[in-house]
Design a protein around this ligand. Structure first.
Ligand code: ACM
Length: 515
């Protein structure tokens, strides 16, 4: 086997011989618009080869695509492509630029692993002759990253996005707000970052440990709107869509600390310094609804993707049941329970997001008290939320914590692993994962848009640690989401992972060494 592509293409035939890339090569593009993908390929090949490949009319590397494809009803486009390599050249053909963007990632993986390096002394840039016909199984193939518990520079985030692109993933869910830090500049409410982005200290050790110990060092960081634009542009060039998350009405302690009028009781909070769930949640006054709509308006201006994530998870109802104003509000709105109050609040956000032509997505707790009209559900507490939402005719992204929370341990013995939040999900478990539950009715299975991995970063202080937890589990999940289920084969994946690891090494990715 001369190829070791992850995720494995749907159909790949190898032939004898190689195409050799040398200084004579050039890249051509035919079609309406490659949307910069031809230039992206030039950029990918340049550092290692040193070749400044010109974009010419007749060339050895030909890219070919039609006009921008129509979006389907959920906002996704055709990502299929065909890639032919013979001794004379390379031909990549797709219906649209997104398909080309997927195809160049497969092409990168046909080169020697050194192609991923910044500089290479001496290498023959040979590409095996192949015929590849490819398309993804699922439309939503994602990865989430929590930039709140720990903050990552925009350079680190862009490198991470490029690794997702290499895996032909298409959705990057960035979790931007938390009890422990608000990480996105909002012009209308500057205190969200002035006050809310900084915690005075950070827990040392595990959240279970008692007594709690802290490092007594202020910790902060946030993305300016200019930073966000750069990250969005970097991802868009790779045809990766960002899904921004503003988590509400729970996980809002940083915002309540910055603007105490958002809280339920007249008491002082501070940006949280340890992990776990806070009882402090937003109040449900109209002024708070308007505040959050303003925040979402700025977020929608920055992020062009269809889906806007409003969190909705882990919002304890204690403050609402104890607070007179909240109880009055419930009565005035004709609501019978605190669950209905949360549901009413999410519905306000749904109306706001939908009227801007976007779609709300939230964690599965948004089912409690009734699902907002246009909401899609991200099912994290297992698959039940996804099953219930699909049965009600809503789209679903599967994210069950038991299998695809990559903050869980990944190898035994756990004593030899760095501290993780809990659980155990090995690469083999991730590879065995099937996003369509076997008890889901055939008539609603089309509501499963796909699935994504989660990286919550309580116990990951830097990107090296994120990579260690993420890879190669992300590689396994990428194949689950791309390849048709009947083509999956774990032994074959592990064999290809050997070759793929050389690429991760060339990219200086700190992947876990096992399996
Ligand atoms: C979550 O893990 N609270 C979505």
């Amino acid at each position: 086997m001369r190829t070791s592509i992850i995720p494995k293409p749907q159909s790949l035939t190898e032939y004898d011989g190689y195409f050799i890339l040398d200084t004579d090569a050039s890249i051509s593009f035919a079609g309406e618009s490659s949307d910069g993908v031809a230039e992206l390929l030039v950029d990918y090949l340049k550092p290692a080869t040193g070749f400044e490949l010109p974009i010419a009319n007749s060339a050895s590397i030909r890219l070919d695509c039609g006009p921008a494809g129509d979006e389907d009803e959920a906002g996704f486009v055709d990502e299929s492509y065909t890639l032919t390599v013979n001794e004379n050249g390379i031909h990549l053909k797709a219906a649209n630029a997104t398909g080309l963007a997927r195809g160049i990632q497969t092409l990168r993986q046909l080169f020697p692993a050194d192609i991923m390096k910044d500089t290479v002394q001496d290498c023959e840039w040979s590409v095996p002759c192949v015929e590849i016909e490819d398309r993804p199984r699922f439309r939503w193939r994602g990865q989430h990253l929590d930039v709140c518990r720990h903050f990552f520079s925009k350079e680190d985030v862009c490198k991470f996005i490029d690794l997702l692109a290499l895996h032909r993933l298409n959705m990057f869910h960035i979790h931007l707000t938390e009890d422990q830090g608000w990480r996105i500049e909002i012009k209308k409410y500057p205190r969200l970052t002035e006050v809310g982005s900084i915690r005075e200290k950070t827990l040392i050790g595990h959240d279970r440990d008692r007594p709690r110990k802290y490092d007594d060092t202020p910790y902060g960081g946030f993305y300016t709107q200019e930073d966000i634009k750069e990250i969005v542009a970097f991802a868009s060039r790779r045809h990766i869509t960002l899904v921004p998350e503003i988590d509400m009405p729970g996980h809002m302690v940083a915002a309540i600390t910055a603007y105490p009028e958002l809280g339920n009781f007249k008491m002082e909070t501070r940006v949280r310094c340890h992990w776990g769930i806070s009882q402090n949640v937003l109040n449900m006054e109209q002024s708070t609804v308007d505040f959050m709509k303003d925040v979402l308006t700025e977020v929608m201006d920055l992020f062009p993707g269809r889906f806007i994530h409003i969190g909705g998870d882990e919002a304890p109802k204690f403050e609402w049941s104890e607070n007179e104003a909240a109880q009055k509000r419930m009565a005035a709105l004709g609501l019978k329970s605190e669950d209905e109050l949360q549901s009413w609040f999410i519905q306000q956000m749904d109306t706001h997001i939908s009227s801007a032509g976007r779609r709300l997505i939230g964690w599965d707790e948004i089912l409690e008290g009734g699902l907002a009209d246009n909401a899609a559900v991200m099912s994290w507490q297992g698959e039940d939320g996804g099953l219930a939402a699909a049965a009600q005719g809503h789209d679903v992204v599967m994210a069950p914590c038991q299998i695809i929370y990559f903050d869980y341990y990944q190898a035994e013995p756990i004593e030899e692993e760095p501290p993780a939040i809990r659980g155990m999900s090995k690469v083999s478990d991730v590879y065995a994962y099937e996003p369509i539950p076997n008890n889901m009715g055939a008539e609603v299975q089309h509501h499963v848009l796909g699935s994504q991995g989660q990286l919550w970063t309580e116990y990951m202080a830097d990107m090296k640690h994120v990579e260690y937890m993420g890879f190669p589990r992300i590689s396994a999940l990428a194949e689950v989401l791309w390849l048709d289920a009947e083509n999956k084969n774990y032994d074959d994946f592990i064999e290809r992972l050997g070759g793929f690891r050389q690429r991760l090494d060339a990219l200086k990715v700190n992947a876990h060494p096992r399996p």
